[in-house]
Design a protein around this ligand. Sequence first.
Ligand code: K1U
Ligand code: ZN
Length: 172
Amino acid sequence: MAKLPIVLLPDPILRETALSVERVDDETRRLLDDMLETMYDAPGIGLAGPQVGVSRRLIVLDPSAKDQEPEPLAMINPEILQFGDERQTGEEGCLSIPEIFAEVERPAWVHVRYIDRDGKLVERRFDGRPAVIVQHEVDHLNGVLFLDHLSKLRRDLLIRKFRKARRDEVSA
Ligand code: K1U
Ligand code: ZN
C-alpha cells in the first residue's frame, strides 16, 4: 500500500466530472487500498479519486463512530438513488481545503447503489453523519465542493481565508 499526495484547491481536477470506472481489477483494488491508507493517514473519514489526482468515480470512507470498530468502505461508480426529504446540518471539512470548516445543510439520509471491491452491486441506505460523508464524497466526483453548498458571501470569505493561510504558510 502507498500513501498518495492529496490535491488542494484550486487544482482544476477538483472541478471536473470524474469518469466511470470500466473494470474492477487488481489495479482498481490497489488504488482503493492506497486511497484508504491516504485517508486514515491524513486523518480523514472520506476521500474521492479526484482528491488524489485520479478523475475516476471511486470513493472510500469510514462511517464508524469514534468508539466503534473501523468500517472501511470502498465504492466504485456510486450513485445516490434517493435523498431523504428531512434535512440535517453538520460541520464539514475537506482534505483538499485543509483547516477550513463550515456548517452545511444536506438531506438526512441517502439510498446509494455502488459496486464494491469484489465487483458486487450493492444497495445501502446511510443515515445521519455517514449520509453526510457519502454526499460529500459523491459531490467530489461531480466537481462539487462543500463550500458550494454555502452562500456566495460565506464561500468567498472561506476561500479568501484558505488562500491567505496558504500564502502565510509559504512565506513562513
Ligand atoms: O473528502 C474529504 O475531503 C474528506 C473529508 C470528509 C468529510 C468530512 C466531514 C464531513 C463530510 C465529509 C474529511 O475527512 S475532513 C477530516 C475530518 O472530518 C476528520 C478527521 C479526523 C477525524 C474526524 C474527522
Ligand atoms: Zn472533500
